[in-house]
Design a protein around this ligand. Structure first.
Ligand SMILES: NC(=O)c1ccc[n+]([C@@H]2O[C@H](COP(=O)([O-])OP(=O)(O)OC[C@H]3O[C@@H](n4cnc5c(N)ncnc54)[C@H](OP(=O)(O)O)[C@@H]3O)[C@@H](O)[C@H]2O)c1
Length: 214
């Protein structure tokens, strides 16, 4: 099977926001509470940051596991990588994720302000000023025959969808309103002409939306 371009485990609020307003160092999702958006995944047995035993093994866990399944590279926007905007003052900031970022693959950070690549644990971050199509070419070259995940944030995911470069998409709608910030959609109907769509509610309260190309 040819490798895919996947949007995976992207979370939005019931009113369609993927992030709140006013991102900062202390608040990566702006005024939105990441705990509330991500609690469905955090409760699963395979949540990568789990420090205690236990966790659920149901639908949410299957999806959490699929996050890394057959993914060979990620493309993300610069605002997912960090809160700084504009030219880099220095290269001290190396992402929110500590010494072992959860990607374990090459990650291509799109920005108009490139900087040198660096590695943290098993993840290497590269910085690219490129169109979505050219970024994908580089990501597939690095992905060793595996899929490329479009990891967010909102603007980047929308950019790849607008360019019609996405093969499959999983959007989790969390039972919370954000009210303002980075809007992803008005609802799944925006994409049903281009994609098949299945909607599956989980007992956790999240509604999983799966899309694949028509
Ligand atoms: N809901 C979720 O599942 C989820 C997932 C990931 C992240 N997030 C959140 O989403 C928010 C970030 O989203 P966002 O919409 O603000 O921004 P974003 O998509 O992360 O980044 C947008 C920035 O990426 C750069 N960029 C994008 N396309 C480019 C291209 N083709 N060429 C060069 N540069 C390009 C530009 O940065 P420059 O200004 O540097 O040029 C642009 O301003 C954060 O709060 C993050 O925590 C949510």
């Amino acid at each position: 099977m040819a490798p895919l371009v996947r949007i995976q485990n992207f979370v939005v609020s019931t009113d369609g926001y993927g992030s709140g307003e006013g991102q900062s160092l202390e608040h990566p999702f702006g005024h939105a509470d990441p705990e509330t958006l991500m609690s469905w995944a955090g409760a699963t047995a395979h949540w990568p940051n789990r420090t205690d035993p236990g966790g659920t093994y149901g639908l949410d866990d299957y999806i959490t596991r699929d996050y890394a399944n057959n993914v060979g590279a990620e493309i993300m926007g610069r605002n997912k990588f960090g809160p700084e905007r504009g030219p880099w003052e220095n290269y001290d900031w190396q992402g929110w994720w500590g010494e072992e970022p959860p990607f374990h693959t090459p990650v291509f950070v799109l920005t108009h302000h490139p900087r040198p690549s660096f590695s943290k644990g098993e993840t290497t971050f590269h910085f690219l000023d490129a169109s979505p199509k050219d970024a994908l070419t580089q990501a597939f070259d690095a992905a060793g025959g595996k899929d490329v995940r479009i990891g967010g944030g909102v603007a980047t995911v929308r950019e790849f969808l607008d360019a019609d470069l996405v093969d499959t998409m999983h959007i989790a709608v969390a039972p919370v309103e954000i009210g303002r910030g980075e809007k992803f959609w008005t609802g799944p109907n925006e994409y049903v002409e281009r994609f098949h769509h299945e909607q599956i509610p989980s007992p956790s309260g999240v509604v999983h939306n799966f899309f694949w190309r028509r």
